[in-house]
Design a protein around this ligand. Structure first.
Ligand SMILES: Cc1ncc(COP(=O)(O)O)c(C=O)c1O
Length: 372
């Protein structure tokens, strides 16, 4: 028993053992390239229109628990039926819902299993542990740009028989785009397993799996507005077979997305979707420019990316150089994400693609930091 606080003994052991989702906030940061956000705020005229729209929302009333207008718009834009759509408080909530809902252990297993290739988005593991599921991690090859060996994938799935498998396509933090045919073939071979294509960054890759939904009854596709310029709204959505969506709806909190957020998402999707897509295209151009510039830097390896981020390795794993460079970038007011700890991302930093000016400032500061 804990002598300090016996209530902490009641926390699930795997939850206590994890550090949680921690994001460093050093002082004096002027350029924030650590969270895979879109660098551009909405233009002033769009903000003014939005302010008028939001002023009409009746905040004395609960939000629409069925997100009907928003789902109708998403249905129209994504090309799936409204009953094939679930709206979440960001994809983070949807990941938790999926793992909470489909957590019945298979025959012969004590705990349900949740699989995903690694390294990947940390919420898959955290959400699995939080509800008592067993994470099944499938290693990728850092020396081959984090490619996924189909034989390794098949063996891991056949051995562990997970209830769910998540593929972040493109992946965070590596930027890798695991091929859709690999995911589709796995879904076909294992019709009793849910296969989730997490397409948070699909706007930067132009490769989504929504069109495959009719032929793959165990496929679910998750997308979000966060990475296309609306991270503050917390709106994500899941597309899949209505029977599966209906089960997930039973687990979802009724008022999971606030009235202002629903109205803002609806307004921007209806009237300014083109603007978001144009900006994504601008970010892709910047990504290619930044990748080429990083590629020229000595003792640095940049991994190929289809998302709005670039992962790069400095020096040799374990030499501590990457952390020292991260520190020097912070001192120059530039925040990127530090992944330099033992494991496949040893020596790695991840930079989010910023505006041209931000990227220039980052490159200059990185050049100085590497030379120091
Ligand atoms: C792969 C992946 N999926 C999902 C999310 C969560 O997105 P949201 O902001 O919609 O919760 C992220 C956020 O970084 C991500 O990288």
């Amino acid at each position: 028993m804990s002598e300090i606080d016996p209530l902490l003994d009641l926390v699930r052991a795997p939850v206590r053992a994890t550090g949680g989702y921690q994001v460093p906030h050093p002082r004096g940061i002027r350029i924030k390239l650590d969270a895979n956000e879109m660098p551009f705020a909405l233009p002033t005229e769009v903000r003014d229109e939005l302010a008028r729209e939001l002023a009409a929302v009746e905040l004395n009333r609960y939000p629409d628990p069925g997100h009907r207008e928003l789902r109708a718009e998403l249905s129209h834009q994504v090309g799936v039926g409204t009953d094939a759509l679930l709206v979440g408080n960001g994809s983070d909530e949807i990941i938790q819902l999926l793992i909470t809902c489909f957590a019945e252990p298979r025959k012969g297993q004590l705990r349900a299993r949740v699989a995903y290739p690694t390294p990947t988005f940390v919420v898959f593991r955290g959400a699995a542990l939080a509800v008592g599921c067993e994470p099944v991690e499938i290693a990728t090859d850092p020396e081959a740009d984090f490619a996924l060996d189909p034989a390794v994938l098949e063996r891991a799935v056949a051995d562990a028989r997970p209830n769910l498998i998540f593929f972040a396509r493109p992946n965070n933090p590596t930027g890798t785009l695991w091929p859709s045919h690999l995911v589709a073939e796995l879904a076909r071979r294992h019709p009793d397993m849910l296969v989730v294509s997490d397409e948070a960054y699909a706007a930067y890759a132009g490769d989504g799996m929504v069109a495959m939904l009719p032929e793959l009854p165990n496929l679910l596709v998750m997308q979000t507005l966060s990475k296309v310029g609306l991270a503050g709204l917390r709106v994500g959505y899941l597309c899949g077979r209505p029977e599966l969506i209906a089960e997930l709806e039973k687990v979802r909190a009724p008022y999971n997305v606030g009235a202002l957020n629903q109205r803002a998402a609806l307004f921007i999707l209806r009237h300014h979707r083109g603007l978001l897509l144009r900006r994504c295209a601008d970010v892709v151009v910047e990504r290619e420019r930044l990748a080429a510039a990083l590629d020229q830097m000595p003792a640095l390896r940049v991994f190929s990316s289809q998302a709005n981020l670039l992962l790069f390795r400095i020096g040799t794993p374990g030499d501590g150089r990457a952390t020292a460079v991260w520190q020097r970038l912070c001192e120059r007011g530039i925040l990127v994400r530090n992944f330099d700890r033992p494991g496949p991302l040893s020596g790695c930093l991840r930079v989010t693609i910023g505006s041209t000016d931000e990227n220039e400032a980052f490159l200059a500061a990185l050049g100085d930091a590497l030379a120091a």
